[in-house]
Design a protein around this ligand. Structure first.
Ligand code: NAX
Ligand code: ADP
Ligand code: K
Length: 479
């Protein structure tokens, strides 16, 4: 599990640790890891031109000590001091001893233009709000430079706790973060500014609490959660997933949701709705009924909504069932909020940003800019588990508090019509197989993202290709 902690938690853990180690030791660990990452990126350090952007806090201190290490290995290092009188004194002295130079912000453009590498030490976890004007000017200069950019702890200007970006921020190729990931490094839009992320161990692990703000499943976590049949299994014990989807206008949504469901671990897929012929033509193993969900027979979890059009009756019937329900697409619009809140069995809602915005009564951009807050808010309002789709998918558990799962296995090639229908079937199948809503959503997103990557492999794909690739993703996870 990859975890991320909020700033106040990181600060507390750092205080505990600092009380037990010699003064300055943590900053030296951070700087050593930072310098090593920079050296890896540069390939050869000797003779390279390195520019440090140095703010007034310890983030600037890290940059200065790392710069001193690079200078000792033969790099030409220049520090741009944003606030000369408040610069980290020890770091500055170390840089000077190593032969590094300093310039005022007015001199930044000239040195940054010639740099091979820029270290962004403007601000780290002490950052408040968007970058101030002098720092924002530096960010604009860096954006024009050809140099590689390494962010120290966080790209300056992004919100560490939320992943929100208010105003300008540094865009890095690599972020070297200390002790633990911060939520902003895992959630868009901030995640995009971070580039690839390297975590440097400064010994903080033992001081961090059990419950992080965010958790990202890894292969081993997913492998442990996947439902795998055993000797005593039969199709009913493995779980039957009901798919109430599709309409005369959108029969394809039913086919794609079933395609996902067949790959999700349930023992049988039952389809109810007007697209039975299309479903059976493609997937003869599907149990098809043209009666409503109430008459459908045994089902351990329902998926309702993909391509449902205006069929509010079916949505209401599914919500009345006392088994886990996944609500997607049109179902989100047609579901009665009180009926969702009043359910006793788990509910998993799977909106994309536009659907989440409609449910929250805000603009789509607002959800895209504040994904973590939006997912928690929806989960609180509906008392349902919420999977917010997009470039980083988030899953907030019912009520909105607690650890939010984040998934980044996906690829932008998944932004293709019908891929969400595949995800709904897949996650619904995992629900029927007995996973909790949080696990079904996050394992579903993980496999779906990986399947998207495998199917696309750098070229456009259709949603049915993604469904077909789920088995490969499953095998890859269990390998
Ligand atoms: N505390 C520790 O044990 C460790 C801290 N480390 C480093 O220390 C950093 C935190 O240091 P600080 O607490 O000094 O805080 P920062 O250096 O992150 O930022 C605080 C400084 O930035 C300025 N600032 C705040 N918001 C700004 C904005 N929007 N625009 C421009 N300037 C702004 C403030 O005036 C303040 O001087 C971490 O991110 C990490 O890089 C590491 O050395 C590892 C150990
Ligand atoms: N930029 C992106 N990067 C990664 N995944 C994405 C991106 N855009 C969309 N996705 C994923 O693609 C799927 C699209 O689902 P959705 O928006 O419901 O499409 P549809 O309604 O056409 O099925 C979701 O799983 C979503 O997380
Ligand atoms: K920084």
């Amino acid at each position: 599990m990859r975890t991320a902690y909020r700033v106040e938690t990181v600060r507390r853990a750092e205080r505990e640790l600092m009380a037990r180690v010699p003064e300055g030791a943590l900053m030296q660990r951070a700087a050593a890891g930072l310098a090593a990452a920079c050296a890896d990126l540069l390939g050869r350090v000797y003779g390279r031109r390195v520019v440090l952007l140095v703010g007034s806090g310890d983030n600037g201190g890290d940059a200065l000590y790392a710069g001193a290490r690079l200078a000792r290995r033969g790099a030409g290092v220049t520090a741009v001091l944003l606030a000369p009188e408040r610069t980290h004194a020890g770091g500055l002295a170390a840089l000077r001893r190593a032969g590094g130079h300093t310039v005022a912000p007015a001199g930044a453009e000239a040195v940054v233009r010639r740099a091979d590498l820029v270290l962004d030490g403007i601000v780290g976890i002490g950052g408040k709000g968007g970058l101030r004007p002098d720092a924002a000017s530096l960010a604009a200069i860096v954006a024009e430079a050809r140099a590689a950019v390494v962010a120290v702890d966080l790209p300056s200007g992004v919100d560490a706790d939320t992943g929100e970006v208010h105003g300008s921020a540094i865009r890095a190729d690599l972020t070297v973060t200390f002790g633990t990931h911060k939520p902003g490094l895992l959630v868009d839009p901030a995640r995009e500014y971070a580039g690839s992320v390297r975590l440097v161990d400064i010994g903080l692990g033992g001081e961090l609490p059990a419950e992080p703000e965010l958790a990202a499943l890894q292969h081993a976590d997913v492998a442990a959660l996947l439902p795998v049949p055993g000797g005593e299994s039969d199709k009913y014990r493995r779980g039957v997933v009901g798919i109430a989807a599709g309409s005369a206008r959108y029969p394809g949504a039913a086919v794609l949701a079933v395609a996902g469901a067949l790959r999700g671990g349930a023992g049988a897929v039952r389809y109810v709705g007007p697209a039975g012929d299309a479903v059976v033509a493609r997937f003869p193993e599907t149990l098809v009924s043209d009666q409503g969900p109430r008459q459908a027979g045994r089902v351990q979890a329902w998926v309702v909504g993909p391509g449902a059009g205006e069929d509010a009756q079916t949505v209401a019937e599914v919500l009345a069932a006392e088994v886990p329900v996944l609500i997607d697409a049109d179902g989100l619009r047609l579901a009665d909020a009180d009926a969702v809140r009043g359910r006793t069995a788990p509910t998993l809602m799977t909106p994309h940003a536009g659907e989440a915005a409609a449910l929250l009564g805000v603009a789509r951009e607002e959800v895209e800019g504040a994904r973590l807050r939006s997912a928690r808010e929806l989960a609180a309002r509906y008392r349902a588990t919420v999977l917010l789709k997009g470039s980083t998918t988030l899953v907030a558990d019912a009520g909105g508090a607690g650890v939010v799962r984040v998934n980044a296995t996906g690829t932008a090639w998944l932004a293709t019509a019908g891929s969400g229908d595949v995800l709904s079937g897949l996650a619904g199948s995992l629900l029927a197989a007995g996973l909790s809503a949080l696990d079904a959503g996050s394992v579903g997103a993980y496999l779906h993202g990986l399947a998207g990557r495998f199917a696309a492999d750098g070229a456009p794909v259709g949603a049915h290709d993604v469904a077909a690739a789920v088995a490969g993703a499953w095998r890859d996870v269990r390998r």
